[in-house]
Design a protein around this ligand. Structure first.
Ligand SMILES: *Cc1c(COP(=O)(O)O)cnc(C)c1O
Length: 360
């Protein structure tokens, strides 16, 4: 078997949910869209049996969770895209977000006994999905009158909760607070809101990234976190060779050895979802020590400078992110965010649950 896989730490995932709970008294909708941020949709939901609800991006994801026996509320964060989805949503007891008038019209046309809960999405400043605050009272009245609606809730999304500038979040909190409807449950916070903005917690919070053990906050704005990485991307050294001063390494020959040195080949590449471009130097861990990535990353392999790990041998385990090497750090070096690295792991990379080895 090719020596490349993502090991998954179930205890860390449950620990991070407990960390979220420790920060808030709100109920928790665990966000598991994009295949559980790359960790495996059903594995994450089953591991997080303590979550109060799950949030997904599509009916397909909701159905996969129901088919796997998940009984909690399942929220479709973008609602339905087409009227044909509604009968299935009702049958499977899914909870759509309603963010636009065309969805209200579909709900008005529903006949029959079955009812569903709905979250009304209001745009408090993200300017992506949601009704204008001024439209909300009429939408609430319209939906409350429909026979297919059980409970209503009011939901909004933070655009800048992780940014240094706090003004946009304060405005969003104010606009959300002005929309008070008795009996409607409320939800505003994502991970950054949970960690940094207690005023956003409301009745339900919606953590995604933090559950997977990564922080959305920049290192400088970051509060100390006790989150544990759930995924560790692992491979092995599949070759170790001594190269001569001046040798060009890999495609394009863009790296030239500054002196005679050991160079290792790691069995993972961009075909697995590891980034190909870096803005600043990045390392992997070999025997717990840092080995800088050198030369271009290939589809199935990458090369590392082993001068700092003189004892490195073929077969040694290599960690590309996760335990001991935060995915945030690799993302930063690649000029991206941890979300894209986790979601971007490709299908060919096996995910394997492992025993927890992070210290308690
Ligand atoms: C993805 C998403 C979240 C989770 O965001 P994180 O930053 O990963 O915590 C919460 N709410 C909505 C509506 C989302 O789409």
């Amino acid at each position: 078997m090719r020596p490349a896989y993502a090991s998954l730490d179930a205890a860390a995932l449950r620990h991070n949910l407990a960390e979220a709970r420790a920060l808030t008294g709100a109920r928790i909708m665990a966000i598991v869209k994009a295949n559980g941020y790359g960790h495996g949709l059903v594995w994450v939901a089953k591991t997080l049996a303590e979550a109060d609800a799950f949030g997904v991006a599509s009916l397909e994801e909701g159905l996969e969770l129901r088919a796997a026996g998940i009984r909690q509320e399942i929220c479709l964060l973008e609602g339905f895209f087409d009227a044909a989805e509604m009968p299935v949503i009702l049958r499977e007891r899914l909870t759509p977000v309603v963010h636009d008038h065309y969805q209200v019209e579909v709900l008005k046309g529903m006949r029959g006994e079955q009812r569903c809960d709905v979250w009304i999405k209001v745009d408090t400043g993200m300017h992506r999905l949601g009704f204008e605050p001024a439209e909300v009272p009429a939408v609430v009245a319209d939906l409350a009158a429909l026979p297919c609606i059980a409970r209503l809730g009011l939901l909004s999304h933070l655009a800048c909760a992780e940014e240094a500038d706090t003004t946009p979040s304060r405005h969003q909190i104010e606009r959300f607070a002005k929309l008070a409807f008795p009996g409607l449950r409320r939800s505003l916070a994502n991970s950054a809101g949970i960690m940094r903005w207690p005023a956003t917690h409301a009745d339900w919070v919606r953590p995604g990234l933090m559950l997977y053990g990564a922080s959305p906050l920049a290192p400088d704005t970051s509060m100390p976190t006790r989150l544990k990485p759930v995924m560790t991307l692992r491979s092995r050294l599949i070759s170790v060779r001594h190269r001569r001063e001046g040798d060009a390494i890999g495609y394009g020959g863009v790296y030239r050895c500054p002196r005679d040195m050991p160079v290792g080949v790691v069995g993972v590449g961009y075909g697995d979802g590891y980034p190909r471009e870096f803005r600043t130097a990045v390392s992997v861990l070999v025997r717990g020590q840092r080995a800088p990535v050198i030369g271009r990353v290939s589809m199935d392999m990458l090369t590392v400078d082993l001068r700092a790990v003189a004892e490195a041998r073929v077969g040694d385990e290599v960690i590309l992110w996760g335990q001991g090497l935060p995915v945030e750090e690799v993302a930063h070096a690649a000029g991206t965010i941890p979300y894209t690295l986790l979601c971007g792991l490709t299908q060919r990379l096996p995910r394997r649950e492992c025993l927890s080895t992070t210290p308690a």
